[in-house]
Ligand binder design. Structure first.
Ligand code: 13P
Ligand code: SF4
Length: 303
């Protein structure tokens, strides 16, 4: 099926079924184009709560679709590719977290939303890259067990006075950006503003002009008077920025980096998902109820 026809069919089917398409900034362009709402993980989590829809098709990775289901349990949530996981989320298991909680019984557990539902169920409060510093600040003086991203933990740790105990997870996509990539990009594009995602390694974060979530980067570039930006995150966001801000220039530091799981979902998969109502996200009700508490703490704090 030609892309145009497929796109029309997706839009028709979406309308006929009253479905909502939530799409993460890293999705391929053709999928971004059929979104009802396109955003970062915090915006998408908030949207999942606000909307009054019985059917949500979530184009992102599994932890994001699970988050939508946990926050809106009445809705049926579909993910077009059941194998679109996040390797960082899979780095920490519930058992590992339970062991750490025994080791640090006085610590409050803050987990990045990039975790599986059973880990969220053992978490006190969740955070995203957009609000991690504010979430940890809201916890007062208690030391914080921060899972699973050691780089986000390190970034937060440098901004707050609280002791942070990091888990040793990381994102293989953001870990590929190097100090030489940033320095080389600054040389190639003198005067460009460097925006870095906090999942990058600390020595890369140190070279940033601003450290922001994916949608934070888009907003910043849109509001800035500057025209040239070096963007250290996954390529899908850079495509969105170039499309929405055509009179500005966006450069990847070094080679463009791709999240292979985010790129698994194609327009064909979205069509099939809507048509056959696959793959439905299901979570054990007890885990779901516990995980909702940690997510709702983050959402209701409006941080
Ligand atoms: P954002 O919340 O900034 O969109 O990041 C999600 C993510 O998985 C980054 O790798
Ligand atoms: Fe996970 Fe990294 Fe892909 Fe984000 S970019 S979904 S953290 S693997």
């Amino acid at each position: 099926m030609a892309e145009k026809t497929l796109k029309q069919k997706v839009l028709e089917l979406k309308r006929a079924k009253g479905a909502l398409l939530l799409v993460h900034n890293y999705q391929v362009r053709e999928v971004q184009e059929v979104a009802d709402f396109l955003g970062d993980s915090l915006e998408l989590a908030r949207k999942a709560v606000e909307v009054n829809k019985n059917l949500i098709v979530f184009c992102g990775v599994k932890f994001m679709a699970e988050t939508a289901k946990i926050l809106n349990p009445q809705a049926r949530v579909l993910i077009p590719r059941a194998d679109a996981g996040c390797p960082m989320a899979d780095m920490i298991t519930r058992d590992q977290l339970l062991e750490l909680k025994k080791e640090y019984p006085d610590a409050v557990v803050c987990s990045y939303v990039n975790t599986n539902a059973d880990v969220k169920a053992e978490t006190d409060i969740c955070c995203t890259s957009a609000n991690a510093v504010k979430v940890v600040e809201s916890l007062g003086d208690r030391r914080v067990l921060f899972t699973p991203d050691r780089n986000l933990a390190s970034y937060v740790g440098r901004k707050v006075n609280t002791e942070i105990i990091p888990f040793d997870g990381f994102c293989y996509v953001h870990a590929k950006f190097t100090v030489d990539d940033i320095k080389g990009a600054r040389q190639a594009h003198p005067g460009a503003i460097v925006l870095v995602h906090p999942e990058c390694e600390p020595e890369v974060v140190d070279l940033a002009d601003h450290v922001l979530s994916t949608s934070g980067m888009l907003r910043f570039a849109g509001e800035s008077d500057e025209r040239d930006f070096i963007i250290a995150t996954e390529e899908g966001l850079i495509e969105r920025m170039a499309h929405e801000l055509p009179d500005k220039h966006f450069y990847s530091p070094g080679r463009a980096q791709f999240c292979f799981n985010m790129k698994k979902i194609r327009l064909e998969d979205v069509y099939r998902s809507l048509n056959e109502e696959i793959y439905e996200v299901t979570i054990d009700p007890e885990i779901m109820a516990k995980a909702r508490t940690s997510l709702e703490r983050m959402i209701s704090a409006k941080l």
